[in-house]
Design a protein around this ligand. Sequence first.
Ligand code: SAH
Ligand code: SF4
Ligand code: F3S
Length: 437
Amino acid sequence: PLACVVTFGCQQNVSDSERLKGELSEMGYGLTDDINEAQFIIFNTCAVREHAEDRVYGNVGVTKALKKQNPNIIVAVCGCMAQRQSVADKIKRSYPYVDMVLGTQVQHRLPEFIYKRLSGSGRIFELELLNGEIPENVPIKRDGTFKGWLPIMYGCDNFCTYCIVPYVRGRERSRNSADIVNEVKGLALAGFKEVTLLGQNVNSYKGDGETTDFPALLRMVHDQVPELKRIRFMTSHPKDLSSGLIDAMAELPRVCKHIHLPVQSGSSRILKLMNRCYTREKYIEEVQQLRAKVPEIELTTDIIVGFPGETEADFKETLSLVEQVGYSAAYTFMYSPRKGTAAATMPDQIPDEVKHDRLERLNEVQSKVLRNGNMKYIGTYGEVLVEGCDHRSEPMAYGKLSNFKMVYFPGDDSLVGSMRNVKITGSQNNSLIGELV
Ligand code: SAH
Ligand code: SF4
Ligand code: F3S
């Protein structure tokens, strides 16, 4: 039989889905991307914004017709959205063709749930959040062959007031460094060139009974797996960015010169309401320290516009921060109230039109900043890990520099997965243009 895993949300979910696929493969399922030919369909969902949830309901709805044709199909919904009791209740009530709803901490038990359902059990609702030990050695079937995701921790304890993640992912738990290093070694041995160490806040990694911090882990991975060409990590919370991490980035040549450092807002007043635990000034100081010690570093960020109480003056502070820092990418979002979070009931919710307007203005400023930021690369040389090839007109291969900038250059599919030297000759939209050297 065939199984189809449909993934929404962040890299954490992409990584979880690779484990779901691993479990399904070991059970004897073949994998398909075509929902129409699957006997087992699982939606791995995201709850971070309302729009994300709406998309899931739309997709799940499609399986109703499929099950009418073939009642033996099993449909499951798992992940962050499924973890919410209100969502599980709604599915129980209004989506009778969904066979199982699984939270974020029981996915390693998928074989057990499928077995139960196939043996005639009723519908399965498993939302247990034990915040216990992280299950190791869950089978995994990776999507790629040369770059991979590698979770080093799960959950989040920060409770930023807008964010649902701590509620649906549970408490912060770190994997042991030996398990992480072993997994990285396995990837390097299998020919992987790049890993991205994943966590909601990697800077607060505390492994091995809280004795290993993130800079120490980075050094272990770097020194114990010399075959690996590139090490990336995300996400870094500005409140926990240490000088130890900055030093490690400066000293370790195979740690990429890029940091994703979500600022969320440029106004200290809004940052306080968001419970981010840093000010605009502290953030800018960190950026200056990063640039001083790692001169070739590029920064990317996340920004929310229209957080409750955000005035035009607050928003202008976000615009000026974006100009001042000079990000090479900013992922920008309109604030979306999440039931159960502190910000959802704060006064002065911002009307949609204002959010739209601010998002547009922010994106314009960011585009301008990016165009200027790209100019300085023209005429320089760098190394890319080739990720793919675009065949829309002339075949253009593309890949990222260590600093996360994307470069397009004339080349074909045979280059995919290799490291290549390029010369930057221009820039277009969000990317750089180059040629092989
Ligand atoms: N752990 C990461 C981000 C996780 S969620 C961090 O601390 O930065 C990814 C991004 O989604 C966040 O950085 C934030 O910008 C955005 N986001 C989270 N909740 C949101 C909400 N309720 N409305 C709009 N954007 C939100
Ligand atoms: Fe959400 Fe904040 Fe945790 Fe990031 S650090 S996942 S934004 S609560
Ligand atoms: Fe990621 Fe969405 Fe969950 S952003 S952690 S999949 S709520």
